[in-house]
Design a protein around this ligand. Structure first.
Ligand code: FPP
Length: 237
């Protein structure tokens, strides 16, 4: 199982893009305008992350709980993903980004599933940065799904260990996130990367996601480089 390693540059950064609704409300706009502005922020942040040497960048775009939002907001978020794939896949491909998805793709409209699968296939050979979209994703759901997968394979109880479970997660083969950023000042983990985040460092910038800038990312990375990560052990002298 790939393990997080000590390095001044995090190999894997994951982002909870919170505050789109508040961003829109502050401007007298509908919530979806906030999600649209948030979607437009993905490309500059992906570019800045790739330049900084980050190899994996995960975005929490739609949780298993987000189905409980009003129907127009749910369908609006699906449409934004659809448009993102249409508009951004070629640019991401040209910049050497590999696209992956975590979560249950099968819950999405079939045409959208196909678009995501095609974008993943097109970019599968790229190595500069891996961009992972968590869409219809929940951390607890992922653990339950992993256990079911192992049981369906006929694994006996004594063969179920941390390595087996990690390998059965949506994130199999992806290193655990070194750094998780949640924008907007909220201090919750919200069912994100529950299994993988046990030794992640966290940052909670007070800015809403559509306003989160490359400079905000740079400042967080600078501060991350000064942290003493011990992974439950002691600082090496
Ligand atoms: C949280 O803000 C944000 C979300 C639930 C959705 C994030 C989705 C996107 C940025 C766009 C879709 C993604 C892709 C990849 C196309 P909130 O709505 O909870 O904000 P609030 O707490 O201020 O109301």
């Amino acid at each position: 199982m790939p393990k997080a390693e000590k390095s001044p540059i995090p190999a894997h950064v994951a982002i909870i893009m919170d505050g789109n609704g508040r961003w829109a409300k502050a401007r007298g706009l509908p919530r979806l305008a906030g999600h649209r502005a948030g979607t437009q922020n993905l490309r500059p942040i992906i570019r800045a992350a790739a330049l900084a040497g980050i190899k994996y960048l995960t975005f929490y775009a739609f949780s298993t709980e987000n189905w409980n939002r009003p129907r127009e907001e749910v369908s609006g978020l699906m449409k934004l993903l659809d448009e993102f794939i249409d508009k951004e896949t070629q640019a991401l491909h040209a910049e050497g980004a590999r696209l992956l998805h975590i979560g249950h793709l099968e819950g999405l409209p079939p045409t959208l599933q196909k678009k995501v699968e095609d974008a993943i296939a097109l970019t599968s050979g790229n190595t500069r940065i891996t961009v992972i979209l968590a869409f219809n994703y929940g951390g607890r759901d992922e653990i339950v799904s992993a256990v079911r997968r192992l049981l369906a394979q006929g694994l006996p109880a004594e063969a179920i260990d941390e390595q087996a479970l990690s390998g059965a997660m949506f994130t199999a083969g992806i290193p655990d996130p070194d750094l998780i950023i949640r924008t907007s000042g909220e201090l919750r983990t919200s069912n994100f990367l529950t299994w993988q985040s046990v030794y992640s460092e966290w940052a909670f910038p007070k800015v809403n996601w559509p306003d989160f800038s490359e400079e905000d990312l740079t400042n967080i990375l600078r501060e991350f480089a000064r942290r003493d990560r011990r992974f439950g052990g002691l600082t090496e002298s």
